[in-house]
Design a protein around this ligand. Structure first.
Ligand code: DGL
Length: 262
């Protein structure tokens, strides 16, 4: 079975990995969380690009035959460089789903919650420029959300305060659709729904990303679930515990975890 590498600044990419377990169960996965360096969202573009190249290179050295950049920030700052450096390997990235959001929105007002780095990136702004005639976008950096999500305490009262602070102005401005432009944020979906009701459509592109992965690396035959190894640059036991807690599709998969110094 092919081995697929998946990386993020921390546990955010687990929202993508869970989709991969669902849609492509038989692959073996290596998940790499660079939690010692999270959050990436307020780091410089150059730092994110060079660190992403380093992580990708490490996954390929572990015999991964494809890599999913399960981080909007790393995709925005580094995917072109990664693809250039490793042309022999399929590299799948993730971008905020502003295009489907613009189509779906009735009010033609869309909120975008992402990291400061993603929102400032050339890649995101080039995509935004293609849609500006059709729709108004209210962008907001989710400063402070990632460190709280990294603790795994999704009931933390500060999360609720920050979400109200960031999303309320969007709703007040008549936005009916919210794009989750960071892979950590899907874990906040239940809280967002609780706070803002079902009238706010939430767009999360994890499923589309994994569909693309499946097109590039089809499964031969779906048999037994493959394995997963959780690598962390900070605390692999905690990563394995959080993975079990946060994901729905790990099921009977063979699981291991390891610390790595990269
Ligand atoms: N989960 C990442 C993203 O999708 C990075 C968040 C962060 O580390 O700031 O952007």
């Amino acid at each position: 079975m092919p081995k697929i590498g998946v990386f993020d600044s921390g546990i955010g990419g687990l929202s993508i990995l869970d989709e991969a377990f669902l849609q492509a169960p038989s692959h073996d996965y290596l998940y790499l969380a660079d939690s010692v360096n999270a959050p990436y969202g307020e780091q410089s573009s150059a730092w994110v690009a060079s660190r992403s190249l380093q992580l990708c290179s490490w996954l390929i050295s572990q015999s991964c035959s494809a890599v999913v950049v399960a981080c909007n920030t790393a995709t925005a700052q580094a995917i072109d460089q990664i693809r250039k450096k490793f042309p022999q390997i399929p590299i799948i990235g993730i971008e905020p789903g502003i295009k489907p959001a613009a189509t779906l929105s009735q009010t033609k007002k869309v909120g975008v919650l992402a990291t400061a780095s993603t929102l400032q990136s050339e890649k995101f702004n080039a995509l935004l420029a293609t849609l500006l005639g059709d729709c108004e976008f209210i962008t907001q950096a989710g400063v402070g959300l990632v460190p709280l999500i990294e603790t795994g305490d999704l009931q933390h009262p500060q999360l609720e305060q920050l979400l109200i602070q960031y999303i309320n102005p969007m709703v007040q401005a008549n936005a009916d659709t919210l794009v989750l432009g960071c892979t950590h944020y899907p874990f906040l979906e239940p809280l967002i729904q609780k706070l803002f009701g079902l009238n706010l459509h939430v767009i999360n592109t994890s499923s589309a990303v994994i569909k693309q992965m499946c097109r590039l690396i089809p499964e031969a035959t779906i048999s037994e679930p493959g394995s997963v190894t959780y690598y962390s640059t900070q605390n692999s036991a905690q990563l394995e515990t959080l993975a079990k807690q946060l994901m729905s599709h790990q099921r009977a998969r063979q699981v291991s975890s390891e610390m790595v110094a990269i």
